[in-house]
Ligand binder design. Structure first.
Ligand code: F6P
Length: 567
């Protein structure tokens, strides 16, 4: 980490990179390939079922040498050790960031503040496993005695995006020999997703997982209150329940909440206060950040979809990347190299747009997950010492399934005015398990089509017009500038283990960049103000506070709402 006074832009390697960039930024990517036939070998690394191709970044061997020197000067090796050993790297909240501890094997040892936490981590996994097994065995009964069929996760941000992304990515891994339980996600405070579920599901067989680290997030609590009142309203009026005898003894609200809610939080007192039964509470620690929390009890929905065996495979894959991150020399360290590519693009080539483009429909939520992981972690402008930065930090990051994005925003990537760096992600193998030979043949042909598009797009982004074989003059509106850098991550196959490695790769890439930018990736003070202002604004809308101090726009918007309410 940079020292108290020296910010990264004062480090010798940063100065060298600035000079180096003055020359290299005028060299087209196609020429870098022309000058180095061995470019693929130089800039591709493999570990934990992943292949990372960084050869289409706009850099050369000298660039990488200076970037590695920057990593050393910024203290990346020591910071990695501090992160993994549980030092209080989250400086503004004075706590460790130990998401990596959640995936340590049971025989590992990690003492944090005097306590060996590995035992507690595995006790927590065992408690989660017991709940999963009861639901998978059809033994978890609702208040009227029926087995649960639908589980709705109520959460937002890190209490939603990780489980949402992983359950979609690994839906192929649903165990076959279990009582069918469908998992759904409701996150938005406006109730849209929840309203749909309440209109379709039977309250007798619906269970809600109230996932919230703080247990104060209004998005989640408003969904939870609506769900609770729906359950109580429907389950205490037997008339709605034709199979329940009208003479059956009344079902208490306490029994309903007990049998139809599980809580997952770092705040057990708040879970109990809300009404979650103590033995239906799953805990996690304050030293697990929300956007880093899918590896523990927040991952309950994941385990419900893929089973605990596959959940443990996911953990093992992430742990393999953790071990690599700890042990590999910087020049062969995938998270370090991916992080340094980002530093080079943002701080020396001034490329501040970054697109995530998976070429596998199962990863449809991967970009959304990375939006929070990257931008909530590194969307900062104050150093760990509280100094305003005078260099760029996290780029604007967005994404979409690559094949679909080709029909959405690739026009901008190819012929727009914005430099954009892209991450292409694809599995090398797919559909080998499809039983019907004819269908398997078709699907494998579609997999080849997707890979061809993935590889072709990064090629055209790199080469521009030179990627086209036809020669001859073309009008300007049909010309391709190229020189857009990209990384390609190939998974041997999309499995729980390789997905775990992939997610951990990005977690650690984010950390490496934070170390170099000398910012804290583990807090998120910027979102607190928005929540506070929303509470004030709601009080004004509800007539509890005066509108007089509102700006003209806010006042106009609120008055428009009031007028609509009167219609
Ligand atoms: O967006 C702010 C934030 O605090 C995220 O960091 C977090 O993942 C999300 O809200 C939900 O918070 P909680 O899990 O405490 O409900």
């Amino acid at each position: 980490m940079a020292s108290a006074t020296a910010t990264p832009d004062t480090l010798p390697a940063w100065q060298m990179l600035s000079q180096h960039a003055q020359a290299l930024k005028h060299v087209h990517l196609k020429n870098l390939f022309g000058d180095d036939p061995g470019r693929w070998q130089h800039f591709t690394r493999q570990v934990a079922g992943l292949t990372l191709d960084l050869s289409k970044q706009r850099w050369d061997d000298d660039t990488l040498e200076h970037l590695l020197a920057l990593a050393q000067e910024a203290g990346v090796p020591g910071a990695i050790e501090a992160l993994l050993s549980g030092k209080r790297v989250n400086v503004s909240e004075n706590r460790p960031a130990l998401h990596t501890a959640l995936r340590l094997p049971a025989d590992a040892h990690l003492e944090v503040e005097g306590e060996d936490i590995v035992g507690a981590v595995h006790d927590s996994l065992a408690q989660m496993e017991r709940l999963v097994q009861r639901l998978h065995a059809g033994q978890w009964r609702g208040a009227t005695g029926k087995p649960i069929r639908h589980v709705v996760n109520l959460g937002v941000g890190g209490s939603d995006l990780g489980p949402l992304m992983v359950t979609h990515a690994l839906a192929d891994y649903r165990p076959s020999d279990i009582h069918p339980v469908e998992v759904h996600f409701a996150s938005t405070m406006d109730g849209s997703q929840l309203a749909d579920y309440l209109s379709r599901f039977n309250p007798e067989t619906t269970l809600f997982v109230l996932s919230s680290k703080s247990f104060t997030t209004i998005d989640t609590l408003s969904n939870a209150n609506t769900a609770r009142d729906w359950l109580i309203g429907r389950l205490t009026q037997h008339a709605d329940l034709p199979e329940v005898s009208p003479h059956a003894k009344p079902i208490s609200a306490e029994l309903i909440v007990r049998q139809h809610f599980i809580g997952v939080s770092a705040s057990p007192d708040k879970m109990s206060e809300w009404g979650i039964a103590p033995d239906h509470q799953l805990m996690f620690w304050e030293w697990v950040g929300g956007r880093y929390s899918l590896w523990g009890t927040i991952g309950l929905p994941i385990a419900l979809v893929i089973g605990m065996e596959n959940f443990r495979e996911l953990l093992a894959g992430a742990h393999a990347m953790d071990s690599h991150f700890r042990d590999a020399p910087l020049e062969d360290n995938l998270p370090v190299l991916l992080g340094l590519a980002g530093i080079w693009n943002v701080n020396f080539l001034d490329i501040r747009a970054h697109s995530i483009l998976p070429y596998d429909g199962r990863l449809e939520y991967f970009a959304a997950y990375l939006e929070q992981l990257e931008m909530e972690s590194n969307g900062k402008s104050v150093t760990r010492q509280g100094q305003a930065v005078n260099y760029s930090t996290c780029p604007v990051l967005w994404g979409q399934l690559g094949p679909n994005a080709q029909h959405a925003f690739y026009q901008l990537l190819h012929q727009g005015t914005q430099p954009v760096v892209c991450d292409f992600i694809a599995p090398l193998k797919r559909y080998d398990e499809v039983e019907n030979l004819d269908t398997r043949r078709h699907l494998k042909s579609q997999h080849r089509l997707a890979l061809a598009n993935c590889f072709a797009q990064s090629r055209v982004l790199m080469l521009g017009d030179d990627a086209l074989e036809e020669d001859g003059p073309r009008p300007e509106h049909k010309r391709y500038r190229g020189n857009q850098p990209s990384s390609t991550v190939l998974l041997d196959k999309l499995t729980p283990a390789t997905l775990g490695s992939l997610i951990a790769l990005y977690e650690h890439k984010v950390f490496v960049q934070a170390v170099i930018w000398d910012i804290n990736p583990f807090d998120q003070w910027g979102v607190e103000l928005g929540k506070q202002i929303a509470t004030d604004t709601q009080a004004i809308i509800d007539g509890e506070k005066s509108i007089s101090r509102m700006d003209a726009s806010s006042r106009g918007l609120i008055e428009a709402f009031w007028a609509a309410e009167q219609e």
